[in-house]
Design a protein around this ligand. Structure first.
Ligand code: 26Q
Length: 819
């Protein structure tokens, strides 16, 4: 007879009691409710407040311990944190205790946690990476502050109406957010606009004055990031833009009340909304002001902290590492120079040494259209002094280029920070690279392409600056929190060490063929698929079969990510069933989720197309349940947490050379999905880790894509003519049968495929279909599939963001843990 093991320690009973006590306290004295009358929303609020006690204790203790230690400032326009409460409970080891404390309120912890709104202060991969990094930094006891903007409106909410995306505002601050602590005492002042008056100082040295600026107040709000184990709690410092009362009073006093109010509103607009595009940078003045606002607030906060330590200014790079999450905060280079020169009175060489010594830059994209450039005229209008400094940085830089390659005007032209043309623009990636001591890509392949394709001239000049840091994800959120059933199974077999040492999961390799373990693993997957099937039924009304192959593509909608190739495959399966009487190896459920940038018309068309195909396939009785297509609206972190654990097949099918890394690929594989992928981004390294037998690779390689582009002989129409299956699919998109009431709705999509097909859908179609067919057959060999899935989980150790962060800390930041 097996005896139940007493899992709960005395400490956990005490913890439950403490939470219960604080929960009652906050219900009564913060929210004014008797426990019996509390609504679920109030309970959630009170529980979040109760959890603040241990969080604050650890935070204050962390600040004390970290004083004087070197710190990284992680500057990012986006942080996609996801829900905080459950994550904090798990990292504090209080999840059980909180569940226990809630029993007397007749509520389940899960239901309560599910009511929390996602803070969606990011678009996608880049923002979520920043959030995983903060989790790892705190878990590894590394001193770090995240710096970002406290957008009043996060990424828009997506609604689907008649198959099309509609955007709605996401006023996440409407509900009181107990995870944010306002710090009005630490507000900073930021000047923008105005003009430069040339002048000389008492010693006769050039001393320009920046006059007539408008003043913005940056009010910090700390979002506390609890590391696993709860000993280190680091701040994510988010700034809200407020107008300066002192400043506005001058206008109020001059009698123009309306003008004063207008100025106030304009200022507060700066932190109003996150730009919802992650492709073509909107060259909008408001975005530039947002970027500068972040940089200026962060730099002031960094320097205030630095001065508090009493260290001399030449210690700056020894005490501070500034990491730029893409070029969005690249103005930090100019801002640091401005502060060092104009405010601290350093000479240029010294200021440059301190700046370059501290700053490092991460690149996240190779798409040339996605590289940030700002018109010189706009910079001059918004940041006149910074433009002067950028010109001086460029003058000195080009002098170095001339010295190294005399007379090579073409090179000089390519390398300049300023792109000649109409309009003249500043290349932010060049500014970031010239002003940094480290430049990294986010996967091995990507980092190589940064060197050879994106900025080969800069790499020629400073090869030692360039390095790779392959992305990672935190297993605490993406396995422990998202997939409790699998987490429990793994812990039963190998213990809890994987929570901080993901490579420890290697130990389940020996069980990959063990029938008992396989059955448990299968039961977990089944459980997660049933859970997702309920979500699908509730949100879309479509009933799906949990024993079908769950084929999942979840990410932003983009041409280069090729959701369209996936849809083409679905149409191919459908037509084969209907026209050719084909029977699939087994039923398949194709699951899509993702948002399109509101201004990206073609991406929105693709969402519409997915819905049209879903409508067709799901309602045709001839399909006999072999194929279902669903689109889950409003993709966000909390929805990903429900989809990822239930996936069998992970779609990572970007055109080779376009996806910098991808991180969804890692989340899905860690949760036991097999990957169907091109050799792009981190997929290459995932294959290295799991082995070629445990992943489905297809399609053109980077070299093959490049060869076709170079030869300029890619002819999608020829493929259309020669391949009957492909022709049938393209015709189905083109011929209006999918949109009888909206003739022509998809004709542009078909036209793109036939003319140009920039992302090589047509070229990869055949290889993709063949590989999908292979995957479907493999899925029916249940034992062998499960073995592969287990090996995927076992071999994801490299893709923990803990590993990534340790590399950044050792090789870029020179940071050591403070325990
Ligand atoms: C820039 C200027 C103006 C407005 C918007 C933007 C903007 C905003 C967001 C440009 C790009 C982004 C986001 C990019 C992004 O998410 N890139 C992804 O980064 C991930 C983390 O490194 C990678 O895994 C993905 O491959 C990459 O696409």
């Amino acid at each position: 007879m097996s005896r139940t093991i007493p899992l709960r320690t005395l400490a956990s009973y005490e913890a439950a009691d403490a939470i219960k006590r604080d929960l009652r306290f906050h219900l009564k004295y913060t929210l004014g409710r008797l426990p019996e009358q509390a609504t679920p929303r109030e309970l959630l609020h009170a529980l979040s407040l109760a959890v603040r006690r241990p969080v604050m204790e650890a935070f204050l203790d962390t600040e004390w311990r970290q004083r004087g230690a070197k710190r990284v400032a992680y500057l990012s326009m986006e942080f996609l944190m996801g829900r905080a409460l459950e994550n904090n409970l798990l990292n504090l080891g209080l999840r059980e205790a909180a569940g226990e404390a809630l029993t007397e309120f007749g509520t389940e912890l899960d239901t309560l946690c599910a009511r929390e709104q996602d803070p969606a202060l990011g678009n996608g991969g880049l923002g979520r990476l920043a959030a995983c990094f903060l989790d790892s930094l705190a878990t590894l006891d590394l001193p770090a502050t995240g710096y970002g903007i406290n957008y009043e409106y996060g990424l828009f909410r997506q609604e689907i109406r008649n198959g099309e995306q509609r955007e709605h505002p996401d006023p996440w601050l409407d509900a009181s957010v107990p995870c944010l602590i306002e710090r009005p005492e630490e507000a900073v002042l930021v000047p923008v606009y105005g003009r430069i008056v040339e002048d000389v100082d008492a010693r006769g040295e050039y001393n320009p004055m920046w006059l007539g600026w408008r003043l913005i107040v940056g009010v910090p709000h700390d979002f506390l990031v609890v590391g696993f184990g709860g000993s280190t709690v680091n701040p994510l410092r988010l700034f809200s833009a407020r107008s300066s009362d002192d400043f506005d009073m001058r206008i109020f006093n001059s009698g123009d009340y309306i003008l004063a109010m207008q100025e106030k509103i304009a200022t507060e607009t700066i932190s109003k909304v996150l730009y919802p595009a992650d492709d073509i940078p909107a060259g909008r003045e408001l975005r530039l002001v947002q970027e500068y606002f972040l940089v200026a607030c962060a730099v002031r906060d960094i320097l205030r902290r630095f001065r508090d330590t009493g260290a001399a200014l030449d210690q700056f790079p020894a005490k501070i590492a500034v990491q730029l999450n893409d070029t969005h905060p690249a103005l930090a280079v100019a801002e640091l120079m401005r502060v060092f020169i104009d405010e601290e009175g350093l000479d240029w060489e010294r200021a440059w040494e301190l700046t370059r010594g501290a700053v490092a830059y991460t690149n996240h994209t190779l798409l040339s259209e996605a590289l940030e450039k700002w018109p010189v005229s706009l910079l001059e209008h918004v940041l006149p002094r910074h433009l002067q400094l950028i010109y001086e940085i460029n003058r000195r830089f080009l002098a170095e280029v001339d010295a190294r390659w005399p007379g090579d005007d073409a090179r000089r032209y390519r390398m300049s920070l300023v792109e000649e043309g109409e309009p003249k623009q500043v290349r932010m990636a060049h500014l970031a690279i010239v002003g940094s001591h480290s430049v990294n890509g986010v996967a091995r392949l990507h980092s190589d392409l940064v060197k050879t394709q994106l900025v080969p001239d800069l790499h020629d000049m400073w090869p030692e600056r360039f390095n790779n840091k392959t992305n990672g994800i935190t297993q605490r959120r993406w396995l422990l929190q998202a997939n409790p059933a699998l987490a429990q199974l793994l812990t039963r077999v190998v213990g809890t060490r994987w929570l901080t040492h993901l490579e420890h999961l290697r130990r389940i390799e020996r069980l990959a063929d063990d029938p008992g373990f396989q059955d448990d693993f299968t039961a977990v997957k089944r459980h997660n698929k049933e859970r997702l099937a309920r979500v699908i039924a509730d949100t879309t009304g479509v009933l799906v079969d949990p024993s079908s192959l769950f084929d999942v593509q979840i990410k932003r909608i983009h041409e280069y990510k090729r959701q369209l190739l996936n849809v083409m495959h679905v149409l191919h399966l459908y037509r084969s069933i209907i026209d050719d009487d084909v029977t699939l190896p087994g039923p398949r459920t194709c699951i899509f989720s993702g948002k399109a940038a509101p201004g990206y018309a073609l991406a929105k068309r693709i969402i519409h197309l997915i819905h049209a195909v879903a409508d067709l396939v799901n309602h045709d009785p001839r399909v006999r349940g072999q194929l279902k297509v669903v689109f889950l609206p409003d993709y966000r972190v909390s929805l990903a947490e429900q989809i990822v654990p239930a996936a069998d097949l992970s779609e990572q099918i970007s055109t080779a050379g376009k996806e910098a890394s991808g991180t969804g690929n890692m989340k899905l594989a860690l949760n036991g999905a097999l990957t169907i992928a091109t050799l792009d981004g981190a997929n290459v390294e995932i294959q290295d880790e799991v082995g070629p037998d445990n992943i489905f690779i297809f399609g053109l390689t980077v070299a093959e894509v490049e060869a076709r582009r170079r030869r300029q002989d890619y002819d999608p129409r020829q493929l259309y003519t020669e391949d009957a299956a492909l022709r049938r699919v393209v015709d189905a998109i083109a011929d209006d049968s999918l949109c009888p009431r909206r003739p022509g709705a998809f004709s542009e999509i078909a036209a793109r495929l036939l003319v140009g097909d920039e992302y090589f859908h047509m070229a990869d179609f055949h290889s993709y279909v063949t590989t999908q067919d292979h995957a479907a057959n493999e899925f029916r060999r249940h034992r062998s599939w499960t073995r592969k899935a287990i090996l995927n989980v076992a071999r994801m150790g490299k893709f923990s963001s803990d590993r990534t962060i340790l590399e950044y800390a050792d090789e870029i930041w020179g940071l050591t843990p403070v325990k």
